[in-house]
Design a protein around this ligand. Sequence first.
Ligand code: XMP
Length: 319
Amino acid sequence: DWTMAEFRATKIAEIRAQVGPGRVICGLSGGVDSAVAAVLIHEAIGDQLTCVFVDHGLMRLNEAEQVVTLFREHYGINLVHVNAEAQFLEGLAGLTDPEKKRKFIGGAFIELFEAEARKVGGADFLAQGTLYPDVIESVSFTGGPSVTIKSHHNVGGLPERMNMQLVEPLRELFKDEVRALGRELGLPDIFVGRHPFPGPGLAIRIPGEVTKERCDILRKADAIYLEEIRNAGLYDAIWQAFAVLLPVRTVGVMGDLRTYDSVCALRAVTSTDGMTADIYPFDAAFLSRVATRIINEVKGINRVVYDYTSKPPGTIEWE
Ligand code: XMP
C-alpha cells in the first residue's frame, strides 16, 4: 500500500526525532492497536523499546501465548510478560456491578504496569496505540453532558504521574488504517484482522461474578463460535463476534439425564466504528450448528441463544 508505506517511513523518522537516545515503554494489550504501535516503534528504535504485557488472564483461548510468541520470537522485541491472572481473579471475586469490575481491572492494570515500568528503569517515554476515535471518544463517549455509559480502560493521567512523555504514532488513524499499517509492517493477517476486544476482557462477558471456572467455560464456547465463523468465511464481514456466559441456569435433557446448566448468548454485529451496530443475520443452519457444538462440547452450558439487539438501543458488549 503506497500511502501506508509513506506513513510508515514518516512516522519512523518522527519517532526517532522525538525519542533520540531515550528509552520507551509500551503497554501491550494483546489487541491490534498496541501491537501495531509496538512494531512500528521497534522498527524505529529497536532495543530502546521495552514492551510490558500485563496479562489479566481474561483473554480468549490461547491468545496471551500467541501475543508473547509473536513479539518475542518473531520480532525479537524486549517483552515483559506479567502473568497476573490470580491477582485479577482475586480482586474480581464478589464483584458483579459492571462499572466496579471495570474500575478494579483498570486500576490493577495501571498499578501492575507502573510497577513493571519502574523495574525497567529510566524510561522517558510511554508509548500507546491511541487511535483517532479514542482521541475523540475520550471527549464525547457519553450519553449526554455528564453521563458516562461505560468507563473505558483509561491510562489518562498515567504519563504525568510517571513523569513520562507520550509517544502515540497512531493518533491520526482509524481502525481500518491501523490494520493496513499492520499489514505493511508484516504482522500476520490473522492477527491484524482480529475483531476488537475490550480491555477488561472476558470479565465484562460474564455478567455476575467472574470465576476461573466461568472464564474457562466461556473461552471454550467462544472458540467454537469463532471457529465456525471462520470456517464459514464470515469472520471479515463481522465487526465483532463473541459469546457471553449468562448467570442463568436452565433445565435441559442430555441422553436420559436432566441437566441444569448455564445459558450462553451469541453476539455478532456489523459496524464501522463501534458507535452504532447492526446484528449479523446468520442463517438458521449456521446458528443451529454452533449451538449444537457448544452444548455437546462445553460442559456447563446446556442452552444457546442469539442476541438480536442493534446498537442503539443495545450496546455491543452486554456490560
Ligand atoms: P459498547 O459495548 O459500548 O462497545 O457498544 C463499543 C466498543 O467498545 C468496546 N468496549 C470496550 N473497550 N474497554 C475497552 O477497551 C471497555 O471497557 C470497553 N467496553 C466496550 C466494545 O468491545 C466495542 O468494540
